[in-house]
Write a protein that binds this ligand. Sequence first.
Ligand code: BG6
Length: 473
Amino acid sequence: MSELKLPDDFLWGGAVSANQCEGAWNVGGKGVSTADVAAAGKHGEARLYTETIQEGVYYPNHDAIDFYHRYQEDIALFAEMGFKCFRTSIHWTRIFPNGDEKEPNEEGLAFYDRLFDECLKYGIEPVVTISHYETPLYLVQKYGSWTNRKMIDFYLNLCKALFKRFHTKVKYWMTFNEINVITLNPEVAAGIRPGQGDSRSQTLYQAAHYQFVASAKAVKLGHDINPELKIGMMMLYPLSYAETCSPEDNLENMHNMDLHYLFSDVQVRGYYTPKAKKYFARNGIVLDITEQDLQDLQAGTVDYIGISYYMSLVTSATPERKIKVKGNMLDGIVNPYLEKSDWDWQIDAVGLRIALNNLYDRYQLPIFVVENGLGAIDVKVEGEPIQDDYRIAYLSKHIAQMKEAILVDGVDVMGYTVWGCIDLVSASTGEMKKRYGMIYVDRNDQGEGTLQRERKKSFEWYKNVIRTNGETL
Ligand code: BG6
């Protein structure tokens, strides 16, 4: 029966972002982005974002894994694994070094031309995130980043340059990486530092609104340029359970999730729900929303929903019980039923099935799992491939649950890309030792190493998963 198999065109692949792998931070006319001023942190110690590039500070993204110069070798390895797609982002400052120029930087466009051609040579579909935590620093300092309505036009200039140039090479796009992170970690998301005062929520939801409008207008623009394009939104899916079966805990959990669904509701349905409006009113949030914005939101609903999913959280209504464990951009309470990663993220494969069901029940729009993976310490023994059985275990359990969602529950999932398919710089800590890859990169947290690539045990494993279209896990 065909329902027992994944569709033949299922998009297996891997994902990275430009800033975490390209390096070449000042090559080819590139300007400085927020990612370029992020110093190295470590587990439990957030990265410091400096105002300028400072002498003597180590910035891991400056060279990253030098994908900019080594993309051919890396894509050949992805092709060897059988990737059907490869997700990356555009480093905005390669195309518009400051962000407010009128004309794009040809050298930047030419790089992505070469990159996409290389993918297509192997039949790998590029999947492109337009903005993945790499806002031009100039836009942050001169205009206040997304707190300013002008950003919509700067972003659309970028989109116009990209869609016009690449619409025949790139079919799958996403407008913003983890758009809901703007309210969770605005500094990482877009260089915004709202402080902890009363106006914090006002500032951040305003920034989110401008991104919603920008995203909607980008969807419309992309479809006008080429109706074949599939343009999605992308959110961090923070699956959360109520700590107990008390109605209070469940209500609190529901309200937590509401704040994330606000992002998908606007982008999928094209409007703010009554609940979102009540939330704003209750919290004294008054947004600059024009009639034209409301029309633009309606006219630019997305074609699919991209999600990142790494872990799940637990929520309690009791304030003292809050924040006991750190997670991906969010904190929660320890879940005694789950194991944790080396970085304390609570591993929950079944949660992926629940997440996919929740989203599909709500929207009936295709879902693309564009990030899932395990950040772990790999031990390198000279002359031997890394035995990353823990990564294989993590990935196979998650893929098995995704299959249940598709084959048993009927969720429409269009593809799955392993995050950091090649080791790269961690977004939250700037570490190299937090490795996600199926390809090892010889580089450490001090920026030392040959940058040589090596297949890990998971490389062969994933190759087999793709070859059998997910039958062999
Ligand atoms: C997601 C981001 O939140 O998580 C990625 O989209 C990031 O950019 C990934 O790398 C994993 O997080 P980290 O902090 O382990 O790199």
